[in-house]
Ligand binder design. Structure first.
Ligand SMILES: Nc1ncnc2c1ncn2[C@@H]1O[C@H](COP(=O)(O)OP(=O)(O)O)[C@@H](O)[C@H]1O
Ligand SMILES: [Mg+2]
Length: 407
């Protein structure tokens, strides 16, 4: 049997670069070698694409940026069978096609990649890929837009007020008056499109509100403010499939040390030491743990069966309403005393692809990837059945006139 060539893409110019390296290497290792021939396609912090021997091991990434000189820089070029990775700069003699692939597995996190940017690039290459498309990825990254779509679909989300930096700078007191009227304390202030709790804080009074707004605007020129849910429990649930058919995973309850789960809680608290690695500093310390799979969590979440069913139903509805594909994780806020639930956010490419939530349901990581890759080809077949071009003689019939003259 011919093996399918799969590019595993990770990295990118995102604050979650290192986390993506972990997720990417985990997926690379889990791909079924009987069926697939995986190739690493690492996106460096410089935006370049790299492949080559050794890029499938974490040691390479611990040695960055110096180790980059041992990688092969490539350019992805559309070809008949998919995409060829062409050495850049090219050698004068010999074959410059370093590798090729027929489908892509994007394992990227955060803005500049997960938000539809990478998907748009793959679309232009014309290659299938096993993740959300441009639209659903972009919707998933913008917390305000996501709420708008989910609201229209009748899915419960917290009302939010969106504020831009210029409006706040022009009259901060008017903005805070409005928030006090429309939202009320306690409030949560967050950048619309970041992850890992960056720039998010809670405000219980006007003085704290100003500080929270200042903080969030440090990270984004668009922020949103919503009611803070108290007492809070959080429940996450992943979904696998596409718009037509999708299934929900087990539910988990993540726990943090602070009121708001921080980047440190999410990525650095796992493993044996429970501390960031000595060498790498805060962000690379996560490489010592198993990424998202090591966050302090209870899985399955200890909630009543009916609530699990409700979360799973809402997760699937959210996935379909946004037009997702592949595997995404939907995070819920629960008011602990009443059991009320709201969709808080979606991670269109969750950390570790949420494989641990699927293992709980009996689906191995390698089978999960199998399904995702099948879905990538399914979407491609559907698209190929559509008409993208049609013969026209427009160019033959047009006259542009003389340059500089009238059109
Ligand atoms: N409305 C809210 N009420 C209470 N806590 C919230 C609310 N929104 C967010 N949080 C807390 O902040 C954390 C991060 O917020 P979230 O919207 O998930 O952003 P991120 O994309 O950074 O993960 C959540 O996991 C939760 O602990
Ligand atoms: Mg979150």
């Amino acid at each position: 049997m011919m093996k399918t060539k799969v590019a595993v893409l990770f990295g990118g110019r995102s604050v979650e670069h290192e986390v993506s390296i972990i997720s990417g290497l985990q997926a690379y290792a889990a791909l079924d070698r009987e069926k697939y021939e995986p190739v690493v396609l690492y996106i460096g912090k410089d935006g370049g694409f790299y492949t080559g021997e050794g890029l499938d091991a974490i040691e390479f990434y611990r040695g960055l940026p110096a180790s980059l000189k041992n990688a092969v820089r490539v350019l992805p070029v559309p070809s008949e069978k998919g995409v060829e990775l062409v050495r850049y700069p090219m050698k004068k003699f010999g074959n410059n096609v370093v590798a090729e692939f027929e489908t892509a597995l994007p394992v990227v996190h955060g803005t500049n990649v997960e938000d539809g940017t990478l998907m748009g690039f793959l679309e232009m290459l014309g290659v299938p890929y096993a993740s959300c498309d441009v639209m659903s990825s972009a919707l998933g990254m913008d917390k305000y837009m996501m709420k708008a779509v989910l609201k229209a679909a009748g899915i419960p989300v917290l009302e939010a007020v969106e504020i831009d930096a210029k409006t706040f700078a022009a009259d901060s007191d008017a903005v805070m008056d409005r928030l006090e009227n429309e939202v009320g304390y306690p409030m949560i202030v967050k950048p619309v499109n970041l992850g890992s709790s960056v720039g998010i804080s809670k405000a219980g009074d006007r003085r704290k509100l100003r500080a929270s707004l200042d903080l969030a605007f440090d990270f984004s020129s668009l922020i949103l403010v919503e009611k803070a849910i108290e007492p809070l429990r959080e429940i996450n649930c992943a979904v696998l499939g596409d718009r037509e058919e999708a299934i929900a995973s087990a539910c988990e309850e993540p726990f943090g040390n602070d009121e708001i789960l921080s980047f440190g809680d999410k990525y650095l608290s796992g493993g044996k030491g429970g501390k960031a690695g000595k060498s790498g500093g805060a962000k690379t310390g996560g490489a010592k743990s198993a990424g998202m799979s090591s966050l302090k969590r209870r899985c399955p979440a200890e909630i009543p069966d009916e609530m699990t069913a409700a979360v799973q139903r809402m997760a699937v509805d959210t996935f379909k309403a946004l037009g997702c594909m592949g595997v995404s994780r939907i995070d819920f806020l629960m008011k602990a005393d009443t059991g009320e639930l709201w969709v808080n956010e979606i991670n269109t490419i969750p950390g570790s692809l949420a494989f641990y939530l699927w293992e709980e349901t009996g689906l191995s990581f390698s089978k999960l990837l199998d399904r995702m890759i099948q879905l990538s080809f399914k979407r491609q077949r559907t698209r190929e059945a559509l008409t993208y071009t049609y013969d026209t003689n427009i160019l033959a019939g047009v006259s542009l006139g003389t340059p500089g003259g009238k059109a």
